[in-house]
Design a protein around this ligand. Structure first.
Ligand SMILES: [Zn+2]
Length: 276
């Protein structure tokens, strides 16, 4: 069997050995969501799993194995896509969960890992809308663990794009950056897909007649029922045309390096913070 950071590809005995050494367990949380005509619908789940894998490997390498990383199976569905950050849950190709379902999934998976012996857990979010529901699930898992007398659990929550620093943003978006909410199917996700899953991207499918009205100009409020016309016809919120595999490498490397710092800050030793 090959060496892998992914739980799905690991035997249970190896998994238990790693947990006995206090490994950090990542839970990637994505979505099954339309991403225009140029990318497959798996983007949020597939990228988060890939980024968690890269971060787990980098963490193990950076700490010389003192902090190993394990990646749990991803939650492949996400909270209702919002019109202002994912095009909207009304669009065909977007299969959404209710808030209560994702809270329960996050809580149950997290608590099951705690029962296995996991004490260092990182929720890595890859679908903008998920965040608060994962937070709630994590807190409920922690409360349950505490009620069972398990007090030494720590859970970190993050969205991987928040670890792309300003200098990189300026380099990759010379014409201005519209914000991570409008990055849905834009340069970041498309560049990372070109890096990790090139077979699931087709830049020739960026039809100028369809990819109009980008970046999207949306009201600064939500309205229900959804007004479908507010979403650009492609379902993307910014234009992916400038995406390249090389940008994907830069985005991955910067985000992974910064996530490793944040994870080491929280999980290696008590109160050990990087000053730089
Ligand atoms: Zn996405």
């Amino acid at each position: 069997m090959k060496n892998s950071v992914f739980m799905e590809e690991m035997d249970a005995f190896t998994y238990r050995e790693k947990l006995a050494k206090d490994a950090v367990v990542f839970i990637p949380v994505g979505a099954l969501e339309q991403h225009g005509s140029h990318m497959a619908m798996c983007v949020d789940a597939a990228l988060t799993k890939a980024m968690a894998g890269a971060t787990a490997e980098a963490l193990t390498a950076d700490t010389d194995g003192a902090l190993e990383g394990i990646v749990c199976s991803a939650i492949n569905f996400g909270y209702r896509s919002q019109q202002r950050s994912g095009g909207g849950f009304h669009l065909s190709g977007t299969t959404s969960l209710s808030g209560t379902t994702i809270i329960s999934l996050a809580r149950d998976i997290c608590y099951s890992l705690i029962e296995d012996g996991a004490r260092k857990i990182v929720f890595m979010n890859g679908h903008y809308e998920n965040y608060q529901f994962i937070f709630e699930g994590a807190e409920l898992a922690l409360e349950k663990a505490s009620a069972e007398g398990i007090k030494n659990v720590k859970i970190q929550l993050l969205s991987y794009w928040d670890f792309v620093d300003d200098a990189t943003i300026q380099e990759l978006y010379p014409d201005g950056f519209t914000g991570w909410d409008l990055e849905h199917a834009g340069v970041m996700e498309t560049s990372l897909m070109l890096l990790f899953y090139p077979d699931l991207v087709d830049m020739d499918r960026i039809d100028p007649a369809l990819y109009t009205g980008l970046p999207a100009e949306l009201p600064n409020y939500d309205v229900l029922p959804i007004v479908a016309d507010y979403t650009p016809p492609s379902g993307c919120l910014s234009h992916p045309g400038a995406s390249t595999r090389e940008k994907g490498i830069i985005l991955r490397d910067v985000a992974v390096a910064n996530m490793v710092i944040a994870i080491e800050d929280e999980f290696s030793g008590a109160g050990d913070f990087h000053e730089d």
